[in-house]
Write a protein that binds this ligand. Structure first.
Ligand SMILES: Nc1ncnc2c1ncn2[C@@H]1O[C@H](COP(=O)(O)OP(=O)(O)OP(=O)(O)O)[C@@H](O)[C@H]1O
Ligand SMILES: [Mg+2]
Length: 466
């Protein structure tokens, strides 16, 4: 069966016109529905959900094509509308466009022209849907992907919002490894895509470039592009990432490790907002938001001459510092639950429900040198390996590398009760327990208590135990 190219609804009081239109469009692979009276026309169109509606302006006195068009737009119907009319005055064409029609045809019209225009409209609808889909797919994920309700993280989100509103062109994000610098960069990208500035929405992609992962000899042409013949291997023109990012976002990861000569070039791009391909002679505009990240102390690096001071100052204008996970308090538990749900669903282990109180306490007192990434990996391992409904502290412990930093687990020691204890009573109680456990074998009981046989005999006598 032929694939349906689109759904079209045609309305005209002239039977001849609608049947001719329907036949032509059906032959082109469209599904077509039509009617020749104004009766229930708006409801019928809404119910059928067409991609395009052809509307005759002079349909009926009581209801013109303009009335229908206005009603459809008022209802927020997504279909594109093409007006058909016998009247070729500019006035009615303008009126149609103002009401939101995409096209306007004067009768008698050329069917081939109708076919071409219809194809173009359908293609535009598809393209728009693709962009919307892309945006939907990326954005909600990352918006929920950035979890954090602590005061520190709220500050970060507030600042992010301000930078988006201000349309900041260059942003520096610092923070320890695994603290979520890339997550924040993607969040900024999504927020910016959604913020419709002056009726203009951004649809450019998100590009991440790791400044240390690219080979030395390639990084420059990757970033800036090159023209054919710029160097031996440059056989064709190549766009750099600054160009490819369009009005999207370019993330330059681990900027602290960038070569000094490249730092100078980067500074020029950021200041002039233009980029020139290697060997090229034209300055091309840079529209992307440039986000640079590092887990190094750039200030210290700049003072030691490992990082260009001028670039450091340029980057510091809009700088955001992500706090380490250990400083985010309850966010630790929030994130742990977030990852638990995520991985339980991913690995089809819906039986795992949550964390024991002791496990939450343990997570809160741990130092998390690997930050959110370490927490995420830990929870993923637990979900895969454990079967219990509740993740306990014992489940977490063996998986934590740097756990030694934590105080010895309190439950393994005898805690002195708030209002004191009688040492004699305690001794007596422990000796009785030892005798019970060993079936009154005094030699074994003495060993359990770490005292000599004679001492035990003496104590038994003292406490009148036999
Ligand atoms: N706020 C957050 N909410 C949810 N997940 C997060 C958050 N922060 C970080 N993560 C998770 O932790 C992982 C590491 O984050 P990310 O890659 O952004 O860290 P980074 O700071 O760029 O680390 P590195 O310095 O090693 O490049 C991510 O894959 C993400 O799953
Ligand atoms: Mg990173």
């Amino acid at each position: 069966m032929m694939k349906i190219r689109g759904r079209i609804f045609a309305v005209d009081d002239d039977e001849l016109i609608v049947t001719m239109l329907a036949r032509a469009l059906k032959n082109e692979g469209y599904e077509v529905q039509f009617q020749t009276t104004p009766q229930d026309v708006v409801a019928n169109i809404i119910a059928w959900q067409p991609d395009i509606v052809f509307l005759d302006v002079d349909l009926a006195e009581e209801m013109t094509g303009f009335d229908i068009l206005a009603a459809l737009k008022k209802d927020g119907v997504g279909a594109e509308v093409v007006m058909l009319t016998a009247d070729d005055s500019a006035e009615s064409a303008i009126r149609a466009m103002k009401l939101g029609a995409v096209e306007y045809f004067t009768k008698p019209f050329n069917l081939d022209e109708i076919k071409i225009i219809t194809g173009n409209i359908i293609e535009n609808i598809r393209r728009k849907a693709e962009i919307d889909y892309h945006r939907e797919r990326v954005c909600p994920y990352f918006e929920h992907g950035l979890v954090g309700e602590s005061a520190l993280m709220k500050e970060i989100l507030k600042m992010a919002e301000k930078l988006v509103q201000a349309r900041a062109e260059t942003i520096l994000i610092t923070g320890e490894s695994g603290s979520g610098k890339e997550v924040l960069a993607r969040y900024l990208h999504c927020r910016r895509q959604k913020a419709e500035t002056a009726g203009q929405s951004h649809s450019g992609p998100f590009f991440a470039v790791n400044c240390t992962a690219l080979p030395e000899n390639l990084i420059e042409s990757e970033l800036f592009g090159h023209v054919k013949g710029a160097f031996t291997d440059a056989r064709v023109d190549k766009k750099g990432i600054f160009e490819l990012a369009g009005d999207g976002t370019l993330l330059l990861d681990e900027i602290g490790d960038m070569r000094l000569d490249l730092q100078a070039k980067l500074l020029r791009v950021l200041e002039e907002r233009t980029v020139r391909r290697l060997g090229g002679s034209v300055d091309l505009p840079v529209e992307a938001t440039v986000i640079v990240t590092t887990n190094k102390d750039l200030k210290a690096a700049a003072e030691q001459g490992d990082f260009r001071k001028d670039l450091f100052f340029r980057l510091s204008t809009f700088a955001m510092q992500l706090p380490p996970l250990r400083e985010r308090g309850d966010d630790i538990v929030l994130l742990a639950n977030h990852f638990l749900r995520y991985f339980a669903s991913k690995y089809l282990k819906k039986g795992i429900k949550g964390f024991a109180v002791e496990a939450e306490k343990a997570m809160l007192s741990y130092g998390w040198p690997g930050n959110v990434r370490e927490l995420r990996n830990l929870i993923e391992r637990c979900v895969v390996l454990e079967e219990a409904e509740t993740i306990t502290k014992e489940h977490l412990l063996p998986n934590l590398g740097g756990w030694a930093g934590i105080a010895p687990a309190p439950s393994s020691r005898i805690l002195l009760p708030e209002d004191g204890i009688s040492l004699e009573e305690l001794e007596k109680d422990l000796i009785r327990q030892a005798l019970e456990r060993t079936g009154a074998n005094q030699a074994k009981a003495a060993k359990l208590l770490g005292i000599s046989y004679d001492t035990l005999r003496y104590q038994m006598k003292k406490f009148a135990l036999s």
